[in-house]
Design a protein around this ligand. Structure first.
Ligand code: AMP
Ligand code: GLY
Length: 368
């Protein structure tokens, strides 16, 4: 999430470079009210108000919001004490899901397989919690841009949140993602827009990027979580496929003029593999020298999205957990995967680790 400055500092920074438009990446400044601050000074900005950002900042708020507006989501109980939490366990079968109420950078959710795991999650994450039923299905990230009334849907993507291959190991911020037109069928896309996105935008007058983390269940798509920003690493394969003037569309979303605008996507699927530093997602070692970025870009046509990197004495070095996202495309998903991993193999730093099965979920679904 990075360091969060005072909202007035962001405003001063934007004014000092005479910014035409500001686009907020992480949730911290949104939850702190940076959009309200900019709007009160007539500075164009893409993002939701502090009040609307509660959709991401509080799981309790988000779940009650969905309940009020009939938006499909897992059955849940809102909890404010450890005793109430233990009593609520009787209302669910195992596995069940325990979620901390507030922002937790991907670490606030535990899937408990028995009572002792559930009680231990309650002790760690409580007392303000949501306990909910476990949903089975395929997980899909669906992001839209809205100006408060009009909506443009981005292509659907799939994230890989677990650290290791086969969705094993601890949860992370996301170890890779891919974008392929087949991830969400046309009929599911319409259903998501009708039953989830439209009601949420109408009820909040949402401005900026609304991210619905979905589970495609046997009963249709249901919301696992809302984020009020673009996803990471979903954005990398999305940007790789985007054509045309994104700046123009962003400006129109900030000024309420999104009607009639559209985004165009290159047909080729794209894949992003995150390279992580030694220790991630635990205590991270920094300062390892990075080699091979030029080769990854020039020899393999990959885009290198920097994240936890800095310039040191010997050139680029690691400076955070998820160091970079290597992103490439291909005429089909298999070729996109091959091109991306060819670029990954050009990069070297001590302690580098990554998943080798990004996009395999797609192959399992479509067998090609
Ligand atoms: P969240 O931050 O709410 O998206 O939860 C993080 C991750 O936990 C999700 O990406 C899912 O993989 C998993 N998860 C959350 N809620 C559920 C649920 N009700 N059923 C199954 N998996 C879940
Ligand atoms: N990739 C999930 C997120 O950005 O929260």
């Amino acid at each position: 999430m990075g360091e969060i400055l005072a909202t007035t500092d962001y405003l001063a920074a934007a004014e000092s470079i005479d910014a035409d438009l500001s686009v907020v990446g992480p949730e911290g400044p949104l939850v702190a009210g940076v959009v309200d601050q900019f709007r009160s000074h007539d500075q164009p900005i893409v993002g939701p108000s502090r009040e609307v950002a509660r959709l991401e900042a509080s799981k309790m708020y988000a779940k009650e919001f969905m309940q009020r507006h009939g938006i499909p989501t897992a059955r849940f109980v809102r909890i404010e004490s450890d005793e109430a939490a233990v009593r609520a366990l009787a209302k669910f079968d195992y596995p069940l899901v325990v979620k901390a109420d507030g922002l937790a950078a991907g670490k606030g959710v535990v899937i408990a397989h028995d009572r002792s795991e559930a009680e231990s999650a309650i002790r760690t994450l409580g007392p303000r919690l949501v306990i909910e039923e476990f949903l089975e299905g395929e997980e899909v990230s669906f992001i839209v841009l809205s100006d408060g009334r009009n909506i443009i849907a981005l292509e659907a993507t799939q994230d890989h949140k677990a650290l290791s291959d086969g969705d094993t190991g601890p949860n992370t911020g996301g170890m890779g993602a891919y974008c392929d037109g087949r991830i969400l069928s046309q009929s599911d896309t319409e259903r998501v827009l009708d039953t989830i996105i439209q009601p949420a935008v109408r009820a909040t007058g949402f401005t900026g990027f609304l991210y619905a983390g979905l589970m495609l269940t046997a009963d249709g798509p249901k919301v696992l979580e809302f984020n009020v920003r673009l996803g990471d690493p979903e954005t990398q394969p999305l940007m790789h496929r985007l054509e045309g003037d994104f700046g123009d569309v962003l400006m129109r979303s900030a000024t309420g003029e999104l009607a009639g605008a559209s985004l165009k996507w290159k047909p080729d699927p794209s894949v992003c593999v995150v390279l992580a530093a030694a220790g991630y997602p635990g205590r991270v070692r920094t300062g390892d020298v990075i080699e091979g970025i030029d080769a990854a870009m020039k020899d393999c046509g990959a885009q290198v999205f920097q994240a936890g990197m800095r310039v040191g004495k010997a050139g680029f070095e690691t400076a955070g957990g998820r160091v970079m996202g290597i992103t490439a495309s291909g005429t089909d998903l298999a070729t996109a995967v091959k091109n991306t991993y060819a670029a990954v193999e050009r990069i070297r730093f001590d302690g580098m680790h990554y998943r080798r099965d990004i996009a395999q979920k797609g192959f399992k679904r479509w067998r090609s």
